[in-house]
Design a protein around this ligand. Structure first.
Ligand SMILES: [Zn+2]
Length: 366
């Protein structure tokens, strides 16, 4: 790992594989386990950097695919990189664009070289290869960048998954060769679908390459929750103790608790802001639709125990009114609360691991 990056474990749970640690990057530390909000187009929708900071966000995500389409990486680089462009001084992670181009379905073609697709914006042909993805991510300038991988859909046959997993490995080697910046850590992604033997093989191959961090990808693509659990249980023990482990695209309370019990450190998911924009709140693991009639005259805060600006100042009745009237403030307040809720949840787990109370405090989730 380059000098600018390190992962140090601080405590281990006595009964599970859960751990608390600190992942250091050039733009600051991430206390793990931790939830990372997603800022697809260089913003976490409806939230300012100051609000994200107040929510406890440490590392946030941005999407290479979306930023390549607009405004284009040269504009971001011209601004001095993502941190300056979006005025977020903390750590940032960019994904490789792989997940998005594979989700395009019929309008893309995959070959050993990479993926060709028509821009949904202007119809022009775009060639996304491992080299190109890394070059774009080098220009965007996030602290952590992700390898360009092939994410097979669910369900997919063993043969399809095997092809994708082997190709992901070859692409990773091309990504490593293309990667130019010492101040960015390139994480590899373990693929392998729901097949335990392929996950194990992929994990072993990646670990041999001695990367600064490892992600588990290709989960949360429509498979049942128990399968995510099984994949994480098989893969995580094969990953090194002294590197961060990131479970991509997962961010519900239950999925996070279980993955943390298997040794995962980092999570991301669009759920908190997406729910916020649809007028829903995450309250202690439940989803509440604020349009529901029962909230119209409920003058209590959303969650009495939540320290966020939304819960400290506004009532469920007011939020219900804003959401019904489709006022932008309603979506901001709900997103702020939802992001705070998920980060605080992982922070509470972290505190419990540090005090070796994880399995007792979170027994109902495990
Ligand atoms: Zn709140």
């Amino acid at each position: 790992m380059s000098q600018s990056f390190s992962f140090n474990s601080q405590a281990f749970c006595s009964y599970t594989k859960a751990r608390a640690g600190v992942f250091s990057t050039p733009h600051g530390n991430i206390d793990t386990p931790r939830f990372m909000p997603v800022g697809t187009l260089a913003n976490v929708k409806t939230l300012t950097p100051a609000q994200l900071q107040a929510a406890g966000a440490q590392m946030i995500l941005a999407n290479t695919y979306h930023l390549h389409l607009q405004p284009g990486e040269s504009i971001v680089a011209g601004a001095g990189g993502l941190h300056k462009f979006m005025a977020w001084g903390g750590p940032i992670l960019t994904d490789s664009g792989g997940f998005q181009v594979f989700s395009l379905g019929d309008i893309r073609t995959i070959s050993e070289t990479g993926v060709k697709f028509r821009s949904p914006r202007d119809g022009s042909m775009i060639d996304l290869t491992p080299e190109r993805s890394i070059q774009i991510q080098n220009e965007l300038g996030a602290d952590v960048i992700m390898a360009f991988d092939e994410c097979p859909p669910y369900p997919a046959s063993r043969e399809e998954v095997e092809l994708a997993t082997n190709r992901t490995y070859r692409w990773l080697q091309r990504c490593m060769k293309a990667h130019q910046r010492q101040d960015q850590a390139l994480f590899g992604i373990v693929q392998g679908g729901v097949y335990a033997d392929m996950r194990s093989m992929a994990a072993r191959q990646l670990v041999d390459l001695d990367l600064p961090g490892y992600a588990i990808g290709g989960v949360s693509v429509g498979e049942p929750g128990e399968l995510i659990d099984d994949i994480v249980k098989v893969t995580t023990p094969l990953l090194p103790e002294d590197k961060p482990r990131y479970l991509m695209g997962v961010g519900t309370h239950r999925e996070m608790v279980r993955a943390i019990a298997s040794g995962i450190d980092l999570f991301d998911c669009v759920i908190p802001t997406r729910l916020g924009r649809h007028g829903s709140a995450l309250v202690r693991g439940e989803r509440w639709n604020l349009k529901n009639a029962k909230f119209r005259e409920d003058f209590r805060p959303l969650d009495e125990s939540c320290p966020c600006y939304c819960c400290q100042n506004f009532s469920r009745a007011y939020l219900s009114h804003l959401v019904r009237a489709k006022e932008a403030l309603g979506f901001t307040l709900l997103s702020l609360h939802n992001v705070t809720e998920l980060i605080r949840f992982t922070q509470r787990i972290r505190d419990a691991i540090l005090g070796d109370r994880f399995t007792t405090e979170f027994a109902s989730w495990l």
